[in-house]
Each structure stands twice: as structure tokens, then as C-alpha cells.
Design a protein around this ligand. Structure first.
Ligand code: FPP
Length: 261
């Protein structure tokens, strides 16, 4: 997307406008992955139940999905529910699933309007049938879209994904000597997609939390103290501006950000 298009949707004189002007639109991250953290703390600070943090976090999801598509980001992955999150109270898990279903129902038109292709990555087969059905509708209705791919990581674990890829490889008939990094990647949930160039984590934690372990090998990591429900478009722009100032070397010598590799 051109800068003029972005400037049409941000208020004149705003922080967003100033950040949008600093971005080089020919060097956007090809894939942005986000660990949405801090919903519980956001609720606690307001003496609210934890689930209110998740509810408020939906607004951030809306803004970041639409904002990323408008910017022209090719792939966005949001970490919504990990394989470890089942350890949370049943009521919290069921509220998260309910919010996810509602998000999909209410936002389908926005996804279609913005030419966004919705996909789920993770062990979908373990999810309840009503949740799976909603996910399938979202995937099928947006399957023909050609713009941004929006992956939701649900019941997702990076190690579990790698183990699953090994299993698929072992049953694919490929000779072990023919397995290389490229072949291996073709058996991950993100097959065919570029690896994340930028990994964003909210709420100040310095962890990767079993997220896209294989794919983030060379990702630039940007952590903000902002809690996920407070994360807005200007934070996203700030992350991209910071990313474009990084010196990406891939173990070699200096290259500009997003150099072909
Ligand atoms: C982490 O905060 C957040 C989650 C485990 C869930 C994120 C889910 C949403 C924002 C809503 C559903 C998502 C979509 C894509 C519609 P936390 O509860 O671990 O916060 P804490 O570390 O402060 O306790």
C-alpha cells in the first residue's frame, strides 16, 4: 500500500501519521508474528476478572489485523491459545473459545472487505466441534482472498509442530538423505509462507513461549511493556519503524533489513 493510502486513514498531525511517514513501504516485514500477552494483568489493574482482559484484547486484535492488511503486510500470525493454555481454569478457556467464535462471526465481513485470508495453525482436531465449525467457515469463506494471510495460532505449540512435521516426513516416503531445511519447512503448519521477519511481544516479557520455534530462527524481536488490550496501531507502526532500523546479518555481515536470503 502507498503512503498516501495510509495517510488517508490516520488523523492528520497524529502520532500514527508521523510514524507512517517514517516507514519504508518497500521493506515491510514479510511476516509479522505477535505474542499477545498481558490480558490478565490489564484486568487485574482494573480489579476486573481476567476474562475482561481477553474481551478487551479483541479490540486490539481487530485494530492490528485491519491495520496490518492496510499496510500491506503479507502474513500476520497471532498467538491466541497455546497447547499449555488448557491448564487455565475451565471458565477462562471457555470464555476464550467463545470470544474467538464471536470474533470470527462479527469480523468475517471485515476480513472479506480487506481481502484477508484467514487460516488456523495448531492442533485444531483437539478443539470442540462448535469452535472447529466456526474456524472452517472462516477459512472457507476467505479461501479465495489474495491479500494478507492471517494465521491464528490455536492450541499451538512450537515443539508439538516440529514433532508433527517429523511424523509427516517419516510417513511421506522421503529418503532421510533428501531431507533439508526447505523440505522440512514444507511439513510445518506455515508451509509456503515466509518465516517471520518480526516477532512482537507485549507486556514486557522476554520469552518466546514455544511460539513458531523453527520459523523465528532469524526474526527480529521487538518487546513492548504495553499490555495487549492497550496495543494500538501506533504501537504496530512503532515496531515496524524499529524493525527497519535493525542491522540484519543472518550470521554474516551487515545487510539492510529484509534483504533476500
Ligand atoms: C495472554 O494474556 C493472552 C492469551 C492467552 C489469549 C489471547 C487471546 C485474545 C486476545 C482473545 C482471542 C483472540 C483472537 C485472535 C480473537 P494472559 O492471560 O497470559 O495475561 P497475563 O500474563 O497478564 O496473565
Amino acid at each position: 500500500m502507498a503512503l498516501e493510502d495510509i495517510l488517508n486513514v490516520v488523523p492528520a498531525g497524529s502520532v500514527e501519521e508521523s510514524l507512517a511517514k517514517q516507514i519504508d513501504y518497500s521493506r515491510l516485514p514479510r511476516h509479522m508474528a505477535v505474542i499477545m500477552d498481558g490480558n490478565g494483568r490489564w484486568a487485574k489493574e482494573r480489579h476486573l476478572p481476567r476474562v475482561e482482559g481477553h474481551r478487551a484484547g479483541i479490540e486490539s486484535v481487530r485494530e492490528i489485523v485491519e491495520g496490518s492488511a492496510r499496510l500491506g503486510i503479507p502474513v500476520l500470525t497471532l498467538f491466541a491459545f497455546s497447547v499449555e493454555n488448557w491448564k487455565r481454569p475451565v471458565s477462562e478457556v471457555s470464555t476464550l473459545m467463545m470470544l474467538l467464535k464471536r470474533y470470527l462471526r462479527l469480523e468475517l465481513n471485515t476480513l472479506l472487505r480487506n481481502n484477508i485470508r484467514f487460516r488456523v495453525i495448531g492442533r485444531v482436531e483437539d478443539l470442540a466441534p462448535d469452535v472447529r465449525a466456526e474456524l472452517v467457515v472462516g477459512e472457507e469463506k476467505t479461501a479465495g482472498n489474495t491479500g494478507m494471510i492471517f494465521n491464528i495460532a490455536l492450541n499451538y505449540g512450537g515443539r508439538a509442530e516440529i514433532v508433527e512435521a517429523v511424523r509427516r516426513l517419516m510417513t511421506s516416503g522421503i529418503h532421510p538423505a533428501d531431507v533439508d531445511e526447505e523440505r522440512f519447512s514444507e511439513h510445518l503448519y506455515t508451509a509456503g509462507q515466509p518465516d517471520p521477519d518480526l516477532l512482537i511481544r507485549t507486556s514486557g516479557e522476554m520469552r518466546v513461549s514455544n511460539f513458531l520455534l523453527w520459523q523465528i530462527a532469524y526474526a527480529e524481536i521487538w518487546v513492548t511493556d504495553t499490555l495487549w488490550p492497550d496495543f494500538r496501531k501506533h504501537h504496530l507502526l512503532e515496531a515496524i519503524v524499529a524493525y527497519q532500523k535493525r542491522d540484519r546479518r543472518y550470521g554474516g555481515i551487515t545487510q539492510p533489513a529484509v534483504a533476500g536470503r
